[in-house]
Design a binder for this molecule. Sequence first.
Ligand code: PXP
Length: 235
Amino acid sequence: MKLGVNIDHIATLRNARGGVEPNLVEAAKIILKEDILALTMHLREDRRHIKDKDLYDVKSLGAKINLEMAATTEIQKIALDIIPYSVCIVPERRQEVTTEGGLDVYSQKEYLKEFIKPLKEKGILVSMFIDPDIKQVEASRYIGANYIEMHTGSFSIAFEKGDFKHELDKLKSAALHAQKLDLKVNAGHGLNYENVYLMKEISGISELNIGHSIISRSIFVGISQAVKEMLELID
Ligand code: PXP
């Protein structure tokens, strides 16, 4: 399993004062020294954390970027200019604190099939952020996505309550089904230093995208140590 580190919350903290600290590019440079796959950045429509310039600045470091984005033409245009390593198509509601629930690929499959074509033509890997639901897995296959990223939010909440078997089983079944359909499988949301070990029980996960817990941990131990500790847990 590889790790994608989501750096949105560094930008959240910076934007709280409207200045330049903490410097996102400096943080990116430090994280890139670790054995990670990519830096994950979510360019939201309201630009509440990552700004357009952040993407260009991080790209100029030669970083592999996994761009989380809503399926809108505005963000698609930016993706086609930046050419990130991968994009992860997410649902987006302005009022939400974070991405709540997976994308309903099934009910907009014809739109999404057309939407991802230009991205794929540029060689960008395309992932769909979905709940671990067979119907959504099959729809992701139908539209031609390369990956699914399973939303682990419900699993993480269940883990806190100490009763997570059912949620973990759903992730296992969805991952198996996806692999039968030749889809690669990523996972993320709410994963932390306590629950991440359970991702090893799911066969064939390529990549975990983790942000909040790593950035939170970095307050105590620094960002390189926080990333190292997570890498040790998923190794
Ligand atoms: N993957 C996706 C698609 C997300 O939207 C997020 C949250 O931005 C994450 C992973 C990371 O979630 P967390 O910050 O809870 O680790």
